[in-house]
Design a protein around this ligand. Structure first.
Ligand code: TRP
Length: 284
């Protein structure tokens, strides 16, 4: 008897254009997993999650298409991957209600996205729930439904999503306890090949598409000239030596990006650029 395939599932919220960090940290390893034997892949566009942040349908529609195009451009093969838009699967929102009714309200009170919104209000001296929509509060239940509806085994997520995954497990456990064994308990998976890409302008901060400085990030839709210009402006240091070190966050970040695209490790990159300046390295 052959072993059951491992089912990978992950989603991206279409709230903006994906950048280099999304590509290196999540999309690239996710595509690599589709080429691994014994894996089944479910990748989707979480457009209902985007409604928490924006109620502009045209924007969500455009971002959804843009992210779908990015996945395909990165090599996702729709013949091999179950590739879908969340809002096309009504069972996800149906399941959300069943899960809602077995979820303790206290569990959601502790979810960090909701708590962060409350903390912000607290600091500003406002009412704690000022401007907080119930969608933000319910977000982890919708995410649990995304995962449980397909009985996913492994969910590749970034560090910021690990608590949501823990909540999905808690909800699945509770449901199974009441109604009998129904859902697979999903495990989080932090991709090994997933580099953490930092801002090009402030390399101690994570690259973010909401950064007010457009030189801080490289978007997947940037053209070649824009990409070259952004790398030329990337913050480095005055040491002039291509070497990875804790006190050289800018150069180390550029090396990690170069490593993602070339497959070379830091030692090989240091050798390649020994005696050559940052200018040449940035262009490479
Ligand atoms: N919340 C995730 C994010 O913003 C996207 C997401 C929605 C997701 N549902 C999911 C990720 C289910 C993994 C599994 O990045």
């Amino acid at each position: 008897m052959s072993a059951q395939p491992t089912r990978f599932l992950t989603g991206i919220t279409p709230s903006g254009t994906p950048h280099l960090g999304n590509y290196a940290g999540m999309m690239r390893p996710a595509i690599a997993a589709t080429r691994t034997a014994g894996c089944e892949n479910f990748y989707f566009l979480a457009d209902y999650h985007a409604l928490i942040k924006t109620q502009d349908p045209a924007r969500i529609h455009r971002c959804t298409l843009e992210i779908a195009a990015s996945w395909l451009a990165c090599g996702l093969d729709p013949e091999k991957v179950t590739f879908y838009r969340q809002s096309d699967i009504p069972e996800i929102t149906e399941l959300t209600w069943f899960l809602t009714c077995v979820t303790g309200k206290g569990l959601l009170n502790r979810a960090h996205a909701y708590k962060a919104a409350q903390d912000k209000n607290h600091e500003a001296g406002r009412d704690l729930d000022d401007g907080v929509n119930a969608g933000l509060f319910m977000y982890p239940v919708l995410m649990a439904a995304d995962i449980l509806v397909y009985n996913a085994d492994l969910v590749p997520v970034g560090q910021d999503q690990t608590q949501h995954l823990e909540i999905a497990r808690t909800i699945a456990n509770r449901f199974n306890g009441i109604y009998g064994d129904t859902f697979t308990l999903p495990a989080g998976y932090v991709p090994k090949a997933g580099a953490k890409i930092m801002s090009l302008a402030e390399p101690t901060k994570k690259m973010s598409k909401s950064d007010t400085n457009a030189n801080a990030f490289v978007l997947m839709t940037d053209d070649k000239d824009t990409i070259v210009r952004k790398f030329k402006r990337a913050v480095t240091d005055s040491d002039g030596c291509v070497r990875a070190a804790g006190d050289k966050p800018g150069v180390t970040n550029l090396m990690s990006i170069y490593s993602v695209f070339t497959g070379r490790d830091y030692a090989a990159i240091e050798k390649e650029f020994a005696g050559r300046g940052y200018g040449e390295f940035k262009l490479a």
